[in-house]
Design a protein around this ligand. Structure first.
Ligand SMILES: Nc1nc(=O)c2c([nH]1)NC[C@@H]1CN(c3ccc(C(=O)N[C@@H](CCC(=O)O)C(=O)O)cc3)CN21
Ligand SMILES: O=c1ccn([C@H]2C[C@H](O)[C@@H](COP(=O)(O)O)O2)c(=O)[nH]1
Length: 318
């Protein structure tokens, strides 16, 4: 059995058996635990879950979006990636510019009311269309604020200068791999108001030993069914990309989560997944002719040998 699925499924089981019912910002309700760590050996394979199909291309385009320093959902839409649509849409419908039908609390209402769902989907497709085709609209309502891309690549210092935390890490790994400062921080107390969603994975750190690169990432809040499979694969991919540029192998990926929760409307899906037998993990192949991680495009990243169980659908809490 592959250890990555097992480690994930053990967490799911633990939450179902020991978690506490807890209300949350979205009004959905969760079963939650506080404080959990998991370790994934990246040499055993690429930790993309096999007990449900996880859309790898979406993980790649989201990570490349962060690495470009981009915070506008237009890039994601151009790559058919809709995982951030709701947070841009929210910015539009809460603005004075929005003149359409009332979209208050659209996330929950679209799950409970079929009539409303149609009206919502019409408005969402208007939003998507405008972000893709109207530059002015996109710059106002496609931008999620100072979210990951901005914080990673152009952190604004108190001195007014911007700092590229990813470039710093890469330079340091090459110059001084024993450094204990190979860290990127996305949480900024002064930016919370300027972010459509404050960072959930708020910091990560690298560690080099025996020619291998390991990574630890921290999450303040984690949606175990929809978010976590993406988060694990995304940080695994980031570790592979940085190792590639720095001429290192890969070591371990370590996850540390704080409020780790299963939404009440994901419980049945998780139970289905728990019944499935894990399969062999895939591997990842990076285009060897690309040196800098900032040169990578989607087609430079290939997933090999992924034969998962089928996808399991679930609504996202907004
Ligand atoms: N409640 C919540 N959970 C999250 O995981 C999450 C947020 N909000 N807000 C911001 C981002 C967006 N992320 C998301 C959002 C949606 C999916 C999702 O629906 N995934 C589906 C496939 C979607 C598709 O194919 O378009 C899945 O089956 O994994 C995953 C991650 C992670 N984050
Ligand atoms: O990468 C991500 C981004 C978001 N999430 C989840 C965690 C929570 O369920 C929500 C955020 O809501 P808050 O009220 O701001 O905590 O999104 C995730 O799991 N992974």
């Amino acid at each position: 059995m592959n250890q990555a699925d097992k480690t994930y499924l053990d967490l799911c089981k633990y939450i179902l058996e020991n978690g506490t019912k807890k209300e949350d910002r979205t009004g959905t309700g969760t079963i939650s635990i506080f404080g959990h760590q998991m370790r994934f050996n990246l040499e055993e394979g690429f930790p993309l879950l096999t007990t449900k199909r996880v859309p790898f291309k979406l993980i790649v385009s989201e990570l490349l979006w962060f690495l470009k320093g981009d915070t506008n959902v237009r890039y994601l839409l151009e790559h058919n990636n809709h995982i951030w649509d709701e947070w841009g849409f929210q910015k539009w419908v809460e603005s004075d510019d929005y003149k359409g039908p009332d979209m208050t609390n659209f996330g929950l209402r679209s799950q409970q009311d079929e009539e409303f769902k149609k009206v919502y989907q019409d408005q969402l497709s208007i939003y998507q269309d405008k972000v893709l085709n109207d530059d002015e609209f996109a710059s106002r309502f496609g931008d999620l604020g100072n979210v990951y891309g901005k914080q990673w690549r152009s952190w604004e210092g108190a001195d007014g200068k911007t700092y590229d935390q990813i470039q710093y890490i890469i330079n340091e790994i090459k110059r001084n791999p024993d450094s204990r400062r190979l860290l990127c921080n996305a949480w900024s107390a002064s930016e919370l108001e300027n972010q459509q969603l404050p960072p959930c994975h708020y910091a990560f750190q690298f560690y080099v030993v025996d020619g291998k690169l390991s990574c630890m990432f921290n999450m303040r809040s984690n949606d175990v069914f929809l978010g976590l499979p993406f988060n694990i694969a995304s940080y695994a991919l980031l570790t592979h990309l940085i190792a590639h540029e720095c001429g290192l192998g890969v070591g371990e990926l370590i996850y540390t989560g704080a409020d780790v929760h299963i939404y009440s409307n994901h419980v049945e899906q998780i139970k289905t997944q728990l019944e499935r037998e894990p399969r062999e993990l895939p591997t990842i192949k990076l285009n060897a002719s690309k040196e800098s991680i900032f040169e990578f495009d989607i087609e430079d990243i290939e997933l090999v040998g992924y034969h998962p169980h089928g996808a399991i659908k679930a609504p996202v809490a907004v």
